[in-house]
Ligand binder design. Structure first.
Ligand code: FAD
Length: 289
């Protein structure tokens, strides 16, 4: 039986494993972190735009997918980061011994973009979940206007914090249902505003110089979060990124999920579809090898 390795246990990786098993392959999932779900494991609002699912949370969807993977007896190895692949052998961070395989499905997902502003080191590395658990009343600035920024803003306002959202564009890009909830939440929204510089302030506070067509203003508060978009999280030995999309560096592998998709197409439906397409295509190519 042909053994295929799936790097990443997000929506794309989990569904690729299910497809691979159905097509008679022997899939093994390797996940760099300690749990499955990828981005799904990070969001708290209900899953939308997934026909046939819901109402339900992202956590319920992860449990459902992981349950299917378990029922099919597909192994998931956690804390195993796939770092290199030569078309036949795979190198994993957790072991010195290479793993033989017939194909690699690389589903690494995305990582956060950075601001590239002076003082970037003062950007908070805290997660929204961690901040939501802190004593209410924090003054927080979030840079961004997409789903992650807006979801974070809504959640932090609901946790009792004072949130300002700085959007570089003149509109909020997040999906309609998030936009409505943001407006109702009472978060302050600054349009056409970028963070020009960040600096520490006395008593543990932090300041951000905000630039807009109306001039510069200084915001001061407790923490600044950057949620300005995502880009493929690729290992340089495995893939290169051009125009925001990851491409394989080695033969005998397919990149699936968000990393292989343009920003407008990144979604659960597309993650599932790209997995199905890649598994079916590669299964034919393996037969021809
Ligand atoms: C706040 C938020 C809300 C969203 N809401 C919706 C929604 O309602 N509807 C919708 O359709 N979409 C939504 N999305 C988008 C959707 O979640 C993503 O499109 C989808 O989860 C992408 O799945 P993925 O498997 O490609 O990547 P990810 O979910 O990012 O998974 C990648 C996994 O790969 C692992 N990994 C990375 N590199 C390696 C390596 N070298 N070796 C091993 N493992 C590795 C990572 O640890 C991670 O677990 C939302 C996203 C966010 C952030």
């Amino acid at each position: 039986m042909r053994r295929v390795i799936i790097a990443g246990a997000g929506a794309a990786g989990l569904s690729a494993a299910i497809w691979a098993k159905r097509l008679g392959l022997e899939p093994v999932i390797m996940e760099r972190s300690t749990k499955a779900g990828g981005q799904l494991a990070t969001y708290s609002l209900p899953v939308v735009d997934l026909p046939g699912f819901g109402p339900g949370t992202a956590q319920q969807l992860v449990e459902h997918l992981v349950g299917q993977v378990r029922d099919l007896a597909i192994p998931i190895q956690y804390e195993s980061e796939v770092a290199a692949w030569d078309g036949r052998r795979l190198y994993v961070s957790s072991s010195d011994v290479p793993v033989d395989a017939d194909w690699l499905f690389y589903a690494p997902g995305l990582k956060a973009r950075t601001l590239h502003a002076p003082g970037e080191q003062w950007i908070s590395q805290a997660s929204v979940s961690a901040l939501a658990g802190e004593r209410p009343g924090l003054q927080l600035l979030i840079a961004g206007a997409g789903d992650r920024a807006v979801e974070g803003a809504i959640r932090l306002v609901e946790a009792g914090h004072q949130v300002t959202l700085a959007s570089r564009s003149p509109r909020i890009r997040a999906r309609g249902s998030y936009r409505q909830r943001l407006i109702e939440s009472g978060a302050a929204i600054l349009f056409e505003t970028t963070i020009a510089r960040i600096e520490p302030h006395p008593k543990g506070k932090v300041g951000a110089w905000l630039r807009s067509p109306h001039g510069d203003i200084l915001w001061t508060g407790d923490q600044i979060l950057a949620r300005i978009g995502m880009e493929p999280r690729v290992h340089p030995e495995l893939a290169s990124v051009r125009g925001d999309i990851a491409y394989p560096r080695v033969l005998g592998m397919s990149i699936i999920g968000d990393a292989a998709l343009p920003a407008w197409e990144r979604s659960l439906v597309s993650a599932f579809a790209s997995s199905m397409r890649a598994v079916k295509e590669s299964s034919k190519r393996m037969d021809g090898r």
